[in-house]
Write a protein that binds this ligand. Structure first.
Ligand code: NAI
Ligand code: MG
Length: 334
């Protein structure tokens, strides 16, 4: 079993090695194969996702990706590497769970899963300007195929994990041809799973409920952009971005990532919370490699460390540990 490990930029260099350290304890047989991507890679070789990296990712059973720094203005030749990677790997379903962890920043009772389509929507990167740069145009693409795939995945997960309800989140009231298609296809797919309750919400209303009462959600099924935003909102209820993992699955290679970015404000200080990346490894073990015992060990070691009061500065500044010291405690608990 091969895992392609891409640290990326910023705290990717801190949290990814922590997650690999944990993986090596619970699954020492997994072969680690390192590759580069991100902004620094772009500066070095002119491509944020070099061919060798993509090729290696496609050859491995799974990828662990940290985070990449992306400028908020166009740079010739740059594109967001992980968005391209998800598309190339055809990982159409991104699973982003938020479940209560024993930290003061988390809200008890929250247990929801955002299932986000992750290969299309506004994220395909088809953008251009017209009228001498005075008009920016972006294409939003929703296909029946990707929607069917991600919807089936959401309902199958509901059944497998004993969940009761899928909430389809869209803005079909305005975006009739794109979100409208997503909504129609998702509702069609839902008919194959009569045991699961289905509801739909417009994305703005879903955002309202995510703030007001996140316990009303079970599984949220939604296109790429809304899933990105709602899963960060949900992460706040799970205790913060430092704790939120994600796993993308599709036609073969799985992609484990933390939900957060490269956190330039704390990068290089050795204080980042590695929990999100470690929990992403647990998701990989559970959902992709079907190694339930190893996944349980990782999750309970994280829970145990947090219950004992070990934490990084994002949880609470008092008594905060470094990334390495916290990881050490997790490893002791394995
Ligand atoms: P961010 O997630 O990097 O940071 C948001 C806030 O959360 C910051 O205050 C940061 O210090 C904190 N934070 C995030 N992860 C943490 C951790 N593990 N431990 C402790 N604190 C943590 O989002 P932001 O600031 O909007 O973006 C920064 C850069 O990251 C941008 O260049 C953006 O493009 C990139 N980014 C990359 C992603 C990816 O490659 N998957 C995802 C999101 C953002
Ligand atoms: Mg995001």
């Amino acid at each position: 079993m091969d895992l392609c490990v891409i640290e990326g930029d910023g705290i990717g260099h801190e949290v990814v090695p922590a997650a690999v350290r944990v993986l090596k304890v619970v699954a020492p047989d997994v072969i680690i194969r390192k590759a580069d991507a991100g902004w620094d890679t772009f500066l070095n070789v002119g491509n944020p996702l070099p061919y060798d990296t993509l090729h290696l990712a496609m050859e491995c059973s799974a990828v662990l990706f940290g985070a990449a720094a992306s400028p908020s203005y166009p740079v010739d030749g740059y594109y967001v590497p992980v968005v391209r990677l998800r598309r190339e790997l055809k990982t159409y379903a991104m699973l982003r769970p938020t479940r209560y962890l024993p930290v003061p920043t988390a809200r008890p009772g929250v247990d929801l899963l955002v299932v986000r389509e992750s290969t299309e929507d506004l994220y395909i990167g088809h953008e251009h300007t017209e009228d001498d740069g005075r008009m920016g145009i972006s294409e939003k693409v929703i296909t029946r195929e990707a929607t069917e795939n991600v919807a089936h995945k959401a309902f199958q997960l509901a059944i497998k994990n004993g969940r009761q309800k899928v909430t389809i989140v869209h803005k079909a009231s305005v975006l009739l041809q794109t979100d409208g298609l997503f909504r129609r296809v998702a509702l069609e797919v839902a008919q194959n799973y009569p045991e699961i309750k289905v509801e739909e919400l417009l994305v703005d209303t879903a955002a309202y409920w995510m703030v007001k009462d996140p316990t009303r959600f079970d599984i949220i099924l939604t296109p790429n952009l809304y899933g990105d935003i709602l899963s960060d909102m949900a992460a706040a209820w799970g205790g913060g971005l430092g704790l939120a993992p994600s796993l993308s699955v599709g036609e073969g290679v799985a992609l484990a990532e933390p939900v957060h970015g490269c956190a330039p404000d704390i990068a290089g200080k050795g204080v980042a919370n590695p929990t999100a990346s470690i929990m992403a490894i647990a998701m990989l073990l559970r959902h992709h490699w079907d190694r339930q015992e190893a996944a349980n060990r990782v999750e309970s070691a994280i829970r145990g460390a947090l219950e004992s009061g070990y934490h990084t500065a994002d949880i609470h500044p008092d008594g905060a540990m470094s990334t390495d010291d916290f990881t050490e405690q997790v490893c002791k608990g394995l």
